[in-house]
Design a protein around this ligand. Structure first.
Ligand code: COA
Length: 163
């Protein structure tokens, strides 16, 4: 039977418990999951590519069918280069829908053989995103419940080194 190779693209600046929830669900559904960091020239990430990769490797090390990678350019081209047949996206709230709908249909137009599968994280993460976590951390607010310890530590260091 054909292997189900999935890719989970995102900025992961930084990876949160909400992302991990999606990665774990995908790892249980597909033969392999490639979590891939999108290198987008228009975003100015807080963490470098290497830092984001290191955090993702650390927090997914117990999932044997998950690997971490980076890409730039078109997502569909990247998926083709990895022989992936599934793109995973998380759907948190209705507000995600329009953007995700547009992306998924555009990607399908570019390659009809690659389907987008939407997974819903646990409801306790539905309002979470990385910008919110970064902003809270910059004001020294407690973000412990949103992040794994390893990432929490890196985020604290990032803001303490700014001062
Ligand atoms: N839990 C918590 N937060 C989540 C989440 C989850 N399960 N899922 C998404 N988010 C948050 C992210 O933290 C991010 O927050 P931020 O903007 O505050 O940093 C936000 O939702 C956006 O999600 P993300 O998954 O990082 O998507 P993106 O919009 O940065 O990237 C790509 C989308 C990379 C898939 C898209 O831009 C892409 O495909 N780019 C390549 C170029 C291309 O092919 N373009 C044509 C596409 S049709």
């Amino acid at each position: 039977m054909k292997k189900l190779i999935s890719i989970y693209p995102g900025t992961f600046d930084p990876v949160t418990n909400g992302h991990i929830d999606i990665i774990e669900r995908a790892a249980g559904l597909f033969d392999s999951v490639i979590v891939t960091i999108a290198l987008n020239k228009n975003k100015k990430p807080l963490f470098s590519e290497e830092e984001r990769k290191d955090m993702l490797i650390n927090v997914t090390s117990q999932l044997k069918n998950v690997e971490i990678d980076c890409f730039s350019g078109l997502l569909v081209k990247y998926a083709e280069s990895k022989n992936a047949n599934v793109i995973i996206r998380g759907l948190r709230a209705l507000s995600d829908f329009e953007y995700e709908f547009q992306m998924s249909l555009t990607n399908r137009k570019l390659n009809p053989g690659i389907n987008t599968v939407f997974l819903m994280p646990n409801e306790k993460y539905t309002y979470l995103n990385s910008s919110l976590v970064r902003e809270l951390a910059s004001y020294n607010a407690n973000v412990k419940e949103f992040l794994p310890d390893y990432v929490l530590d890196k985020l604290k260091k990032k803001f303490s080194s700014d001062k």
